[in-house]
Design a protein around this ligand. Structure first.
Ligand code: HEM
Length: 397
C-alpha cells in the first residue's frame, strides 16, 4: 500500500538497542492504530527492491545535494564511497549514529522517516570510463521555451535526496553523507525544501504548494496495476528497479499570482482551490472529466488548464510520479519572493514522462506565465540495495 512509514509502537523491532518509541519527540495519533506512536520513531527501511524516498509521500523536509566527482576520482574510490554511503544511510535510517563524521546534530531524535536516495547524472559515466553503460535515457533534457536555467545550480555527477520529518534529522544526514564523500566528490549545489508536517492536519490529506493548490492528487498510486511500469526502470540490467528522476527548480511569480481572484486561479489549474476537486465536478479524488461542458457550452476544465495539458490523455499516456517540495530562500534583488517548487518526478523513462508533458506545458499551460524554471537535472536513480549489498553494485563490480 501507500503507507508511508513503518510506525513502531513501544520498544519495537528495528529500534536502536535500549530506545523505546516513546523516547522520541512528539506523539502523533495514527488512524487505525490503538496507541499513539512517536513521529521521531517512525522509520523507512533503507533496504529493498527500490530505494526509499520514491513511493513514500513527501516528508516534512528535503535536502537536495548535487556533487561532482573530484578530478581523477577512480571507479574504485566511488565504489568505496557508495559502500560508506550504504552503511551509514542504513544506520541513520534506523536512528543509529553515523560511524564516522557523527556531528550530533540529530542526537536526541529518532530517524523521523529518514530516506536517502542516490542518483547518477550523465557526466558520472563519462568521468569514470563507464560511457558504454550510460543509458540513452540520460541524454540531456531538451531546452523548453521560457526556460531560464542556471547551469551552476543544475545537473551534477551525483545527486543525494535526503528527506525526513524533522529538519535537524535531514540536515544531520546530509552533512554526514557530504563529509563521507570528501576527496571523492565535492558539492556542486545544495537546496532545501519543505512539505506539510505529519499531524498538521486533523486527517492525513494531500499537501498544498505555495500557490495554495492541493498538489499531488492525480499521481500514479502504488496500488495501480501499472504503477511499476510508469515509475521504475527495467533496464539496462544494472538499473533494473531503479528510476529516472527529473528535477526542476521552479520559481513561482507569487506577487502576480496572488493578484488573481480565486476563480481565475482555479480555471488556470482546472481544480477548485479549497479542496482540489476538478472543475468538472465531484470531490478531490473524482476523475477529471475533460470533455464536460458547462451549460453555456464552454469547457468546464478550460482548454489551457494545467490538469488538461499535463494529463496522460493529452500526452500519449506519458506519466510520472511527482514528489515535489516547496522552497523559500528569502527575497530576490527585485523584492519578489525567491520561492516556489522543487519539482521532483520519478519515471520509468523521461521520454515517456516529463519530456512530452513539459513540452506541452511550456506551449499551452495557463500556469506557465506564473512560473520560471531556474534549474534542472536528470538522474538515473539506482535500484534498491538488498541486505549485504551496496548502492550501484551491479554497475561498479
Ligand atoms: C497536476 C501544480 C508543474 C505535471 C497538478 C495539479 C496542481 C499542479 C495543483 C493538480 C493536482 C494534482 O493532480 O496533483 C503545479 C505547479 C507547478 C507544476 C504549481 C509548478 C510550480 C508541473 C510540471 C509538470 C507537471 C513541470 C511536468 C512536466 C503535472 C501532472 C499532473 C499535474 C502530470 C496531473 C495531471 C492529471 O492527470 O490530472 N499540478 N504543477 N506539473 N501536474 Fe503540475
Amino acid at each position: 500500500g501507500f503507507s508511508r512509514r513503518t510506525l513502531l509502537g513501544g520498544a519495537g523491532a528495528g529500534l536502536a538497542a535500549g530506545a523505546a518509541a516513546g523516547a522520541f519527540g512528539r506523539a502523533v495519533a495514527v488512524p487505525g492504530q490503538p496507541h499513539q506512536v512517536s513521529l521521531g520513531a517512525a522509520r523507512v527501511d533503507f533496504h529493498g527492491p527500490h530505494q526509499a524516498g520514491i513511493v513514500q509521500p513527501p516528508q516534512a523536509r528535503i535536502e537536495l545535494l548535487a556533487l561532482d566527482l573530484a578530478p581523477g576520482a577512480t571507479r574504485q574510490a566511488v565504489q568505496e564511497l557508495f559502500k560508506r554511503w550504504t552503511r551509514t544511510a542504513g544506520d541513520m535510517a534506523l536512528g543509529e549514529p553515523a560511524d564516522s563524521h557523527e556531528n550530533q546534530i540529530a542526537l536526541d531524535a529518532g530517524p523521523s522517516s529518514l530516506t536517502v536516495t542516490v542518483g547518477l547524472g550523465a557526466t558520472f559515466f563519462d568521468k569514470l570510463g563507464l560511457a558504454a553503460h550510460r543509458p540513452p535515457q540520460l541524454a540531456p533534457l531538451p531546452d523548453f521555451p521560457q526556460d531560464a536555467i542556471d547551469r551552476s545550480r543544475s545537473d551534477g555527477d551525483l545527486l543525494l535526496q535526503v528527506c525526513a520529518d524533522d529538519a535537524l534529522v535531514a540536515y544531520h544526514a546530509l552533512r554526514v553523507l557530504q563529509q563521507l564523500a570528501a576527496g571523492t566528490a565535492g558539492t556542486r549545489w545544495q537546496m532545501s525544501g519543505f512539505s506539510r508536517s505529519p499531524g498538521a492536519t486533523a486527517q492525513p490529506r494531500t499537501g498544498r504548494n505555495l500557490m495554495g493548490q492541493v498538489d499531488g492528487t492525480n499521481n500514479p498510486k502504488p496500488t495501480d496495476p501499472d504503477f511499476a511500469a510508469k515509475v521504475f526502470a527495467t533496464g539496462p540490467d544494472w538499473l533494473a528497479g531503479g528510476s529516472y528522476l527529473v528535477f526542476r527548480r521552479i520559481r513561482m511569480l507569487l506577487d502576480n499570482w496572488e493578484q488573481l481572484p480565486t476563480d481565475r486561479q482555479e480555471r488556470i489549474v482546472g481544480r477548485r482551490k479549497s479542496d482540489g476537486a476538478p472543475l468538472s465536478g465531484g470531490t478531490e479524488t473524482t476523475p477529471v472529466d475533460l470533455g464536460k461542458q458547462d451549460p453555456d457550452g464552454s469547457l468546464a476544465v478550460p482548454a489551457d488548464a494545467h490538469v488538461r495539458i499535463a494529463a496522460p490523455a493529452s500526452n500519449g499516456g506519458a506519466a510520472m510520479l511527482r514528489r515535489g517540495f516547496s522552497y523559500s530562500d528569502g527575497v530576490r534583488p527585485d523584492g519578489a519572493p525567491d520561492a516556489g517548487l522543487l519539482f521532483l518526478a520519478f519515471q520509468a523513462d523521461p521520454a515517456h514522462g516529463f519530456v512530452p508533458v513539459q513540452r506541452s506545458l511550456s506551449r499551452g499551460d495557463g500556469l506557465t506565465t506564473f512560473l520560471r524554471h531556474e534549474a534542472s537535472g536528470l538522474y538515473a536513480v539506482l535500484p534498491g540495495v538488498p541486505d549485504g549489498g551496496y548502492l550501484g553494485q551491479a554497475l561498479l563490480e
